[in-house]
Design a protein around this ligand. Structure first.
Ligand SMILES: *Cc1c(COP(=O)(O)O)cnc(C)c1O
Length: 395
């Protein structure tokens, strides 16, 4: 298990994360590209030999830097930066499907993606069949002659399931549909989805790609043709990224492999340690042999990721106490930043479900999702250890 390095003469992922997408250096040029706030760019006409530049088109220098960097990190022909992860997902789907068309999607999806597919797109004539992604036959069985998009997400939130991409890829190919994958939890450091046949690799860049909980953004990587289609939708629906956010995102992406290496190691060590902590009933992490997808995760992933989930013996009230006693880790939604955050799905992503429904999804009361940050492991253990102790011995 190590992050990927130089192959076939192509720069390795750490080199790409630092250099790709940046303009070539010249004597006197700035080492760091400035934020170009200009909404428009001088252009007299086609004889200028340049494309028309306008920041809603996604071709501002800061937007282009992110686009070039994500394409290099994913190993695809092209990339695109957008205003949010949801803009990346919705523009990708709308680029491939219209009224009368059909989507086959994993039933384990980010809440807003599920709401878009089940509540919003049907109003525009696009229907979705949700399938159980761990059943390889389910993908093929759900296809219709109008299936245009097959959508998968891994690892899943918050149960950290890892599914085989291959059955979804085969179904997409046989239908002539695109295979889109939300790889937010994995990052290109842990899985390069295009190498597994994913056509549209999507991230909420708000999370690990930005990495500092200080921006909202999304990215898509794929073939030139696919990205041209998504860009067309982005221009029309107006989902382009602000140059300031693009600059910050490009800066964050420079350290992605270095950060992921530590997220992976901190999370793995913390998960192992949690298995020894009194009052913790279950520890969910793809790197543990007890995880249902451990073998597959080992085959697919360069690292097991920075997310760990635990289930406390005392249920919801124990989890409330546990979270309230933390001093270093902070309760907040979102993930993927340098700081450790905790959240309870019953209060956030899964608040609309009844306790029994959450139970059936593998999210019993007492479930705490942890986005493990870059702090010293011993400090994190001390913080979580004290909180677990406070649950068992209320003062
Ligand atoms: C956060 C998230 C999104 C949505 O991203 P935004 O940047 O908030 O629009 C989509 N998918 C996953 C897996 C996420 O974690």
């Amino acid at each position: 298990m190590s992050s990927r390095s130089t192959t076939n003469g192509r720069p390795g992922i750490a080199t790409s994360s630092v250099h790709a997408g940046c303009p070539e250096s010249r004597p006197g040029s700035p080492v760091v590209q400035p934020i170009v706030r200009s909404s428009t760019f001088h252009w007299a006409g086609p004889d200028d030999g340049l494309d028309l530049r306008y920041s809603r088109y996604g071709n501002n220098p800061n937007q282009l830097a992110v686009a070039g960097k994500i394409a290099a990190l994913e190993g695809t022909e092209a990339g695109l930066a957008l205003a949010s992860g949801m803009a990346a997902i919705s523009m990708t789907i709308l680029s491939a499907a219209g009224a009368g068309d059909h989507v086959v999607a994993s039933r384990h999806l980010y809440g807003a993606t599920h709401a878009l597919l089940s509540g919003e797109l049907p109003k525009r004539g696009i229907t979705t069949t949700f399938v159980e992604p761990s059943d390889p036959a389910a993908w093929e069985a759900a296809l219709t002659p109008r299936t245009r998009v097959v959508l998968i997400e891994l690892p899943t939130n918050p149960t950290l399931r890892v599914f085989d991409i291959e059955p979804a890829r085969r179904a997409a190919r046989s239908a002539g549909a695109i295979l889109a994958a939300d790889m937010t939890f994995a990052t290109p450091v842990n899985i390069r989805a295009a190498e597994h046949g994913v056509d549209a690799v999507i991230h909420s860049a708000t999370k690990y790609l930005g990495g500092h909980s200080d921006l909202i953004a999304g990215v898509v990587a794929g073939s030139r043709e696919l990205i041209a289609g998504v860009t067309k939708m982005m221009k029309l629906y107006g989902g382009s990224i602000d140059p300031g956010a693009a600059w910050l995102l490009e800066r964050g992406m420079r350290t992605l492999p270095a950060r992921m290496d530590r997220h992976n190691r901190n999370a793995h060590a913390l998960a192992r340690w949690f298995t020894t902590v009194e009052g913790v009933r279950e520890v969910i992490y793809p790197g543990l042999a007890r995880h249902p997808d451990h073998k597959l995760a080992t085959r697919l992933m360069g690292g097991y990721g920075g997310m760990v989930s635990i289930v406390l013996e005392g249920g919801g009230s124990a989890a409330d106490t546990f979270c309230s006693k933390l001093r270093l880790a902070a309760p907040a939604p979102s993930l993927g930043g340098v700081e450790t955050l905790v959240s309870q799905p019953r209060h956030t992503s899964h608040v609309d479900l009844a306790s029994a429904e959450r139970d059936a999804l593998g999210i019993p009361d007492g479930f705490v999702r942890i986005s493990v940050g870059l702090e010293d492991l011993e400090d994190l253990k001390a913080d979580f250890g004290a909180a677990a102790h406070a649950v068992l011995a209320p003062s």
